[in-house]
Write a protein that binds this ligand. Sequence first.
Ligand code: G6P
Length: 608
Amino acid sequence: MCGICGVVGHRPATPIVFEGLRRLEYRGYDSAGIATLDAQQRITRCRASGKLDNLAEALKETPLTGTTAIGHTRWATHGAPTTNNAHPHKAGKVAIVHNGIIENYAELRQKLQKNGREFKTETDSETVAHLLDEELKRGLSPKDAAYATIRQLEGAYAVAMIFEDHEGLLIGARHGAPLAIGFGEGEMFLGSDSLALAPLSQRITYLDDGDWCVLHADSVTIYDATGSEVQRPVQTVALTAGQIGKDGYRHFMEKELHEHPVAIGQTLQRMMDPVTRRITLPDMPFDPADLPRATITACGSAFYAGMVGRYWLESLARLPVDIDVASELRYRNPPQPNQGMALLISQSGETADTLGVLRALKAENQRIVSILNVEQSTMGRESDLVLGMVAGPEISVASTKAFTAQLSVLAALTITFARKRGTLDEAQEQKLTQSLLDLPSHAATVLGLFDAIRKMARIIAQARDVLYLGRGICMPIAQEGALKLKEISYIHAEAYAAGELKHGPISLIDPSVPVVAIAPSTILFEKMLSNLQEAKARGGLILAFTDAQGAKRLEGIADHMVVLPDVDAFVAPILYTIPVQILAYEVALLKGTDVDQPRNLAKSVTVE
Ligand code: G6P
């Protein structure tokens, strides 16, 4: 959700910032812009609406020189995605880029306007530029003006600022939105995440909430919210070009779909004792046997992973679970047990809604366990325990491999809890563990089914509406399938618990509304079969994901089937995720949509 990149150094800064923005484009692509200090130490800007390619074109017309620069790629919140509203924003002698929402911007803007300040955009962010310039005009140094400015801001922000007549100076600040410093040789960088900084520097410092920093080409000073100088750890981040590039695939999504087996395998390997071959998680900040209840929360795909987790924890570990999307849970205010467990799931570890719940539940004395792909994220730093998935960078906006990696962690957590709560004997545990260990190879088999899935995609691509049906633990997979289809192909899709079909949505069924069934023969199959027969009897076009045994029973009912390897019911939701995501990808290809950067979306949503 908006990407920030900044550099202060000795080389031409524009290409460095532009490439940084390329790696951040998944965070927003409504507009982009760069500002530099030119040879006269004046601010020059180039901005363009739409994707970075438009900025590249604009830069040909307006080349920017200078060794100090800031850049931004925007996911619009306040103000339309026009060139005029694009960052960097300039006021007087400063330019700034901002990620987040300044909640008190209206009040600040009014005050500034009364002082004669003229606003040129509809954004909340321009306020920051005017405040900063105003503080400079009062005679403060850039550093003091930056501190005075951020102290007036309410809401969430990561900002980067440059100042006319101060070549070689870059100031950054964060509160509620991520910002990291990259250390170079005779140059320093700012970026929204390690992906932006990866090829530039392997030494990275993540700012804590409330921190701000003053960068020169050869020095970094970090201050906390009270203005005291602080030290923050420098971490080594080693992302390879293969991890952050497309590696020969047409889209990041295609590449990431192919990484399912590795993401599952590596994640499980990390949680497995190599000697005993038992799933072993790090020590919990509580005894799982004593837990009265757990709360699970997340957003988007991660929420559906949480729904599967609820089924597992309730049925296998006999642990009652309350689950809700983070934006609802945050304001529902349900009573919490004393020292209960809150389980948060997030690929990025930065999603504002989930982070808001983390903080609220922490204040209520809950122990926070987070399942994260980016362990150094804000959620990672604020959790009592992080269970890291090992999915590698996920760049396509629609989540794929992170989802199966999340499920792998949840499966391992369930086995651990069930063992500790005495609800699983050793033989059962071995059976479940083995089914997990077999998964990467089954996932690789499913990757061989692209052609069969493409046939289904051709039908879906003609439809205006699609129904996804699942039952029990496969219901969240139907939801994930419908979400993915909506996100990247813009076809309306809804997921229903198949048993609920007869209570309403069955009236939608006619041959123009395909019904996609997630139907492994192991999970409530007889019931699913009846539900599909009900749909078929009303002219429904049935497309099914099933296994060999299910396929026999679905003969004459399903119009098209994709047959998956036989697996234990425990891991079926993980395996069946892969073909539903491939289906959405194939439909998007047929529709010609922008697969990796679907309209209106952003990957890391750092505003509420
Ligand atoms: C956005 C993305 C989704 C993602 C959700 C949660 O909406 O478009 O793909 O599932 O955020 O993100 P998180 O990083 O918290 O898993």
